[in-house]
Design a protein around this ligand. Structure first.
Ligand code: NAD
Ligand code: DAU
Length: 352
């Protein structure tokens, strides 16, 4: 038995692969295109581990996905592959349409062909788990209830619209073709191996580099932060106990305004690695132009996954932010390679 993971060289995918194999679960075939966000250094701890087979390729390549399904006969396909950064989707939406919509469509078509060709018992055991986001639900007012799975889709950015489209395709393939699918919609993740274009690693990196800490608009936008290891444990739980065709929201019950998040990170850094000049990292905070169409508030109602599946997060930001800052301090070489682009040079050499 194996599982097929897509996007497993990115932030959440790599954490998922590492945690899965550390738990002694089945071997993984990891299909990743290695875009700027894919980094094989995230998987360096698995070097020589025969339970991890890496394949460089595109989820839009349906023939390749069909070949991998036929060759490895995985019991599940977990789709992490995506263009994931909202700001990039505002500057250049095309890749988001291609990977997030067309790519998911190609995966669904490959899985449809595959489950049509395997035995009834294999089909009954097979799962296509689609990893999605809370951003598909749009933006909340301060007094609105948190996003439940029944919330209307109101995506506001090219990124969230492309993820919403992919979620609809997954739903339609279950309804029309009875594909054995599960969908998860998760809130903001943070933790090891996150590319420093996203708020938390960007703030840690800029703080240590003596650069400004950019805060969009008034910094009062609210996000519901979840430690990446908790997201991975939720996905494992949904894979094993989720009901076919169902959607499960995943969140940390941790709503925080961006300004408070940045101040918390600065305070942790003040303790862990004080500035040489004796000043506080918070002095580097700089308010900058807001993100166009910036969603004001996200919050997840995680009752369904708690009640049906028994999953709850184990970290709070107070514990998780501290662990994360420590990881970035301890993994200075990873940060340097990512920010200098050195890891891309290796990818070019390896795959030219
Ligand atoms: P990421 O950008 O760090 O990683 C994405 C990975 O997908 C990279 O390794 C990249 O090389 C790969 N990839 C991109 N296009 C591909 C293609 N066409 N074919 C194959 N591989 C391709 O993203 P992430 O933050 O790890 O997010 C993973 C998934 O989780 C995404 O679907 C995202 O929408 C979702 N999600 C992310 C968050 C978050 O806070 N980061 C929260 C909720 C949901
Ligand atoms: O909610 C889940 C989503 O969380 C995922 O689907 C996305 O893939 C992931 O990127 C993330 O989206 P956000 O846009 O919320 O994350 P980001 O880290 O880009 O920004 C978090 C908040 O911080 C957001 O309100 C914008 C703000 N921000 C971000 C950056 C990069 C700043 O104020 N300054 C910054 O420099």
């Amino acid at each position: 038995m194996t599982i097929l993971v897509t996007g497993g060289a990115g932030f959440i995918g790599a954490n998922f692969v590492i945690d899965w194999l550390a738990a002694g679960l089945e071997p993984i075939v990891n299909l990743d295109k290695l875009t700027y966000a894919g980094n094989l250094e995230n998987l360096s701890s698995l070097k020589g581990n025969s339970s991890h087979v890496f394949v460089r390729g595109d989820i839009c390549d349906q023939g390749l996905v069909e070949k991998l399904l036929a060759e490895h006969k995985p019991r599940a396909l977990i789709n992490f592959a995506a263009e994931s950064h909202v700001d990039r989707s505002i500057h250049a939406p095309e890749d988001f349409i291609q990977t997030n919509i067309i790519g998911t469509f190609r995966l669904l078509e490959a899985v449809r062909a595959h489950v049509g060709a395997i035995s009834d018992a294999e089909k009954a055991a097979f799962r296509f788990l689609h990893v999605s986001t809370d951003e598909v639900y749009g933006s909340l007012l301060p007094t609105d209830p948190a996003f439940a799975e029944t919330k209307r889709y109101e995506p506001n950015s090219p990124y969230s619209a492309s993820k919403a489209a992919s979620d609809h395709l997954v739903r339609a393939y279950h309804h029309t073709y009875h594909l054995p699918v599960l969908t998860t919609n998760c809130s903001n993740n943070y933790g090891p191996y996150q590319f420093p274009e996203k708020l938390i690693p960007l703030i840690i990196h800029n703080a240590l580099a003596g650069k400004p800490l950019p805060i969009y608009g008034d910094g009062q936008q609210i996000r519901d932060w979840l430690y990446v290891g908790d997201h991975c444990s939720a996905i494992r739980a949904v894979l094993e106990r989720g009901r076919l065709g169902e959607v499960y929201n995943i969140g940390g019950n941790n709503e925080r305004a961006n300004l408070d998040t940045v101040k918390s990170l600065c305070a942790i850094l003040d303790g862990a690695k004080p500035r040489a000049d004796g000043k506080k990292y918070a002095e580097q905070m700089t308010f900058v132009k807001d993100r166009p169409g910036h969603d004001r508030r996200y919050a997840i109602d995680a009752c369904k996954i708690a009640n049906e599946i028994g999953w709850r997060p184990s970290e709070t930001p107070d514990s998780g932010f501290g662990k994360t800052v420590k990881w970035y301090l301890d993994n200075d070489a990873w940060v340097k390679n990512v920010t200098s682009g050195t890891y891309r040079a290796w990818v070019t050499k390896q795959y030219q």
